[in-house]
Design a protein around this ligand. Structure first.
Ligand code: CDP
Length: 531
């Protein structure tokens, strides 16, 4: 089966702006007023304080599908989603206010006080729609003179293959409105910090470079109250402790010299559980699945360079009961606790898996040993660098190359290592990103600008083709056969997905990266208490 188009909720960008602007500019315009049930108008209008990224999939679905009078049920769902996304920010407000009370940071002062007021305004709204808001309210409502409309958060993702900055802009239009995510500014540099294990000061330059982007993006008067946080993943987890520490210290010094607000513990190595859970929070937030008592969520599959994560909300108790105890994590949101299946496999990221397949992971004699694999073109031989080390790698010149042999090699890296959750054979939807996405694009499975939906069997089919015609695909990457075979093997033999399992390959939703970073900024503003 070839690539399919994404469903509506992830195709929003091309269709939404015009439809959304109609609603935001004139929520009671005749057409909409005639066709939209009054409670929804109220809810949408109440929520219309900015461009409201998180409402977009909901609005999109509603506008495109619900203009006929038939869909009262869908309207009810939409309204409840709006309400529950508000709840997320109500909780944020509550947390922020406690920070205000403990005087942790000047940063929180006026934004958070206003959000606390919003919390009071919305208290006891469980199972209700937001209150009716007259159309003219936004134009004439009195506001405090210095009311600040926007605030920002900076999250650095120090990954094994690169360092990225995510600058999130939130808007709070009115003291009684809750803040919403307006947009994300994203920038990335390569290689990752771990490549500077022996020269942390040089590694620090990449952070300085990215901070310049933050200074350009965020208005000067906001700098002092904008938190800057860096979380490192597999690259630093795999380094010797003292080398990782030296890099983190370097970053902390750079942050301290910056004009931004540096909270406690702002530079850390994140654990694998949080990486998986926060990516789940991001994707479910962006796709409109995150609300109180939600059962209909999507799973996530993240394939990094050094580690890989799987996270989903089990529907069946058996999935929880049959999982190793440290594969279940709890997270608090909307006054309830979500019990997630999550695990991060360190050493099973795509690049680490290449090294393992080649027998090079942790090997000595790197200056003379040549690491060979039947997953590489026979005549290929090159020096290849990862994580600050250089490896001599090659195909097997007088041997065989191809899918079957390659699959057998790769099986050693997966079999018996990756746990198969009970429920994964069911019909849950999984969003897959990072290297799943990149390799699907490079091998021509999906379009790079739009993403797409594939089945697990599509990866297998394309892996066979790439491995059995290595010369054709060599200009794209000599590692493409190895990578595609690894992805196939990880999905099938590792997690135990069926050939027919559908994967939603997505890099961005409404122009926001599908990465743990957004979940992490939520976690910063409101401790989600992952345990
Ligand atoms: N915001 C992000 C972060 C990573 N990635 C991709 O994720 C892959 C590697 O992730 P990573 O370097 O963070 O690896 P880990 O440290 O998580 O193992 C690369 O393909 C990146 O381009 C992305 O597309 N967008």
């Amino acid at each position: 089966m070839g690539a399919k188009a994404l469903p509506n909720s992830t195709q929003v960008p091309s269709l939404l702006p015009s439809a959304l602007s109609v609603l935001l500019i004139s929520p009671l315009s005749t057409q909409i007023a005639n066709r939209t049930p009054p409670p929804l108008i109220s809810a949408l209008h109440h929520a219309s304080a900015g461009s409201h990224l998180q409402w977009q999939p909901l609005l999109h679905l509603y506008i495109l599908k619900s203009f006929s009078q038939q869909d009262r049920a869908r309207t009810a769902n939409t309204s409840s989603s709006i309400k529950t996304l508000e709840s997320l920010f109500q909780e944020t407000a509550s947390q922020a206010f406690s920070c205000l009370q403990c005087r942790q940071a000047t940063y929180y002062n006026h934004h958070m006080y206003n959000r606390y007021r919003a919390l009071n305004h919305h208290s006891n709204m469980d199972n209700q729609l937001p209150p009716e808001v007259p159309v003219a309210t936004e134009a004439v409502a009195p506001r405090p003179v210095n009311f600040s409309r926007t605030f920002y958060g900076i999250m650095f993702d120090a990954g094994s293959t690169g360092t990225r900055i995510h600058i999130y802009k939130f808007i709070q239009k009115d003291p009684v409105e809750l803040p919403v995510l307006d947009n994300e500014m994203y920038h990335a540099v390569k290689p990752g910090l771990s490549a500077y294990a022996d020269m942390p000061d040089v590694g620090g330059e990449s952070i300085r470079q990215l901070l310049k982007v933050a200074k350009k993006t965020i208005p000067k008067e906001q700098w002092i109250q904008t938190p800057v946080v860096l979380k490192a993943t597999a690259g630093l987890r795999l380094l010797p402790q003292e080398k990782a520490k030296a890099l983190l210290n370097e970053v902390k010094e750079i942050f301290d010299d910056s004009p931004f607000f540096v909270p406690n513990n702002s530079v850390t190595i994140m654990n694998g559980t949080n990486e998986g859970v926060l990516a789940w929070v991001t994707v479910n937030f962006l796709t409109g699945h995150l609300y109180a008592k939600t059962r209909k969520t999507v799973g996530i599959l993240d394939l990094g360079g050094g580690s890989t994560q799987i996270t989903f909300l089990p529907r069946l108790k058996k999935t929880v009961l049959t999982a190793p105890s440290d594969y279940i994590a709890k997270i608090n949101m909307f006054n309830s606790t979500f019990e997630l299946y999550t695990h991060s496999y360190l050493g099973n990221g795509l690049i680490a898996a290449r090294l393992a397949t080649l027998g090079a992971l942790g090997a000595d004699g790197l200056d003379w040993k040549v690491f060979r694999s039947s997953c590489l073109p026979k005549k290929f031989r090159e020096d290849w660098s990862f994580g600050g080390l250089t490896y001599k790698v090659s195909g097997i010149p007088d041997g065989f190359a191809g899918y079957k042999l390659c699959y057998q090699e790769i099986l050693q890296v997966v079999k018996g290592i990756v746990h198969q959750p009970f429920e994964v054979k069911g019909s849950s939807i999984f969003y897959a990103f990072s290297y799943y996405y990149d390799r699907a694009v490079e091998s021509g499975l999906i379009d790079g600008s739009r993403g797409g939906t594939v089945e697990v069997r599509d990866f297998k089919k394309r892996a066979k083709e790439v491995c059995n015609k290595m010369t054709k695909y060599r200009p794209i990457s000599p590692f493409l056969c190895m990578d595609m075979t690894y992805i196939t093997c990880l999905l099938k033999e590792g997690f135990g997905f069926k050939d027919s399992t559908v994967l939603q390959l997505t890099k961005k939703v409404n122009n926001v990266e599908t990465s743990w970073a957004l979940g992490a900024i939520f976690d910063h503003f409101h401790n989600l208490n992952i345990h």
